[in-house]
Design a protein around this ligand. Structure first.
Ligand SMILES: Cc1cc2nc3c(=O)[nH]c(=O)nc-3n(C[C@H](O)[C@H](O)[C@H](O)COP(=O)(O)OP(=O)(O)OC[C@H]3O[C@@H](n4cnc5c(N)ncnc54)[C@H](O)[C@@H]3O)c2cc1C
Length: 407
């Protein structure tokens, strides 16, 4: 079986890893001109970490992680206003750069990746998909996978205009190398909030500093000059921000996007299937996106290879043969049925959390600071997570059930 995967991010690389081991012939195309390094810090846990375990990647992820054991809010002079020492909220959280997670997966992927290229057009023929790429070449494949993020081109081709749900915020991130700023921030997550604005920083190895900005904004349009927009909105907030923003890069080194969730009734059409943020984006408010993208890739591969085995009476064929169209359709539908309910729960969790990251008013900032203090009491962390978004703690655990075929 031949698969073309559009998007070499967390989901696309994980799927390639599994399909090629099941005997599929896999190729990836990626719009970025080269491998996307750095990005932003993510907390990686739950089903994604379980998948990484099954892929034998755990120890390498621990090698590249950046332990975060404290979250500290500061004022414009960098003085602490409240803090939370992180101990036992989750059994295991791996904090790392998105790029380091993708690289760890990608290091073990043998399938070719064509950078600077996307899908131009796709036509479903009798038994396959004819795909025309933006570099002028074409491919005939059995399955086209859109793992190309919230603005998915494959989604547009297969489903037309699907508008993601805008969550009223713009988000930006970049990594800066500066020994002095890194020393001032240290290996704790430091955050500065004003109504509608949040800026965070965390010191990485080698004098690097990961910066994150979140701003309430009713207009989803991305500014023409994102770096200038960040300087305008955050430059007057004191702390390390004037210095850090002076050296804010332009895209692509600067990640800048609107915060969205993607909700769709169908994730597949014929021999085209969507994966990861392209069909199930939960947003940074849910804190689960990379983990769920990896889980979805695992579930999709599981269903595709299980169908292959059913089609051949329990034997795995050298090229993952699936047989009739109906077997493929069944596998894609079971993949969606396994993933969609838990994604809806995670999206709901994210929407309930929305008001706390860049609180809209001073009283919310005061309320959050108070909750941080309560969280320091015995058992307070669980209470804290659940008071910000009810059910959050249990959801993180229960979402791992998608990995079991009969869950
Ligand atoms: C600031 C921030 C913080 C986050 N924090 C967390 C966290 O703490 N924990 C967590 O689990 N998740 C977190 N997430 C979410 C997580 O990063 C995403 O959900 C995850 O990366 C989704 O994986 P993906 O492979 O679907 O998409 P992506 O990782 O976005 O990969 C999509 C790939 O497709 C490529 N692409 C895009 N368009 C095209 C095209 N037309 N043609 C070809 N290629 C294309 C892109 O360049 C990219 O390489 C966070 C996200 C943000 C923005």
């Amino acid at each position: 079986m031949r698969a073309l995967i559009c998007g070499a991010g967390i989901a696309g690389l994980t799927l390639a890893w599994h399909l090629e081991r099941a005997g599929w012939e896999v190729e990836l195309v990626e719009r970025a001109p080269g491998f996307r390094d750095g990005g932003y810090m993510i907390d990686f846990y739950g089903p994604g970490l379980e998948v990484a375990d099954r892929m034998g990647l755990r120890s390498r992820l621990f090698d590249v992680r950046h332990p975060v054991d404290e979250i500290r809010y500061v004022d414009r002079d960098g003085r602490q206003t409240s803090r939370l020492i992180l101990t036992s909220t989750l059994d295991e959280v791996v904090s790392l750069l998105r790029g380091d997670l993708a690289r760890t997966i990608g290091d073990d992927v043998r399938a070719p990746i064509t950078y600077g290229t996307s899908v131009e057009a796709a036509e479903q023929t009798g038994g396959g998909v004819s795909v025309r790429l933006t570099d002028g070449t074409s491919r005939e494949v059995d399955l086209l996978v859109g793992a190309d993020g919230t603005g998915s081109r494959v989604r547009e081709l297969a489903f037309g205009d699907v508008a993601p749900r805008y969550l009223g915020h713009h988000v930006a991130a970049y990594v800066l190398t500066d020994a002095e700023l890194s020393r001032r921030v240290g290996t704790r997550y430091q955050l500065r909030t004003e109504p509608g604005l949040m800026a965070g920083a965390y010191a990485l190895r080698d004098d690097r500093l990961a910066l994150l900005f979140l701003r309430r904004e009713p207009d989803p349009a991305i500014p023409a000059d994102p770096a200038a927009s960040l300087r305008r909105h955050f430059g007057g907030l004191g702390w390390i921000l004037p210095d850090a923003l002076e050296r804010c890069p332009s895209p692509p080194a600067l990640y800048y996007d609107r915060v969205t969730q993607v909700e769709m009734e169908r994730w597949h059409r014929g021999r085209i299937v969507l994966l990861g943020d392209a069909c199930q984006a939960v947003s940074l408010f849910a804190g689960h996106g990379a983990s769920m993208a990896m889980a979805a890739a695992w579930v999709l591969a599981d269903e595709l290879t299980a169908s292959g085995e059913r089609a051949t009476g329990g034997h795995r064929t050298p090229n993952g043969e699936l047989g009739a169209d109906g077997e493929l359709a069944g596998a894609l539908e079971r993949y969606q049925q396994r993933m969609a309910p838990v994604i809806a729960d995670v999206q709901g969790f994210g929407r309930r959390f929305l008001q706390w990251m860049a609180p809209s008013s001073r009283w919310r900032i005061v309320a959050r600071d108070l909750m941080f203090r309560l969280a320091a009491l015995p058992g307070g962390e669980r209470l804290f997570v659940n008071s910000l978004s009810p059910g959050g703690h249990d959801l993180i655990r229960s979402s791992s059930t998608v990995l079991e075929r009969d869950a």
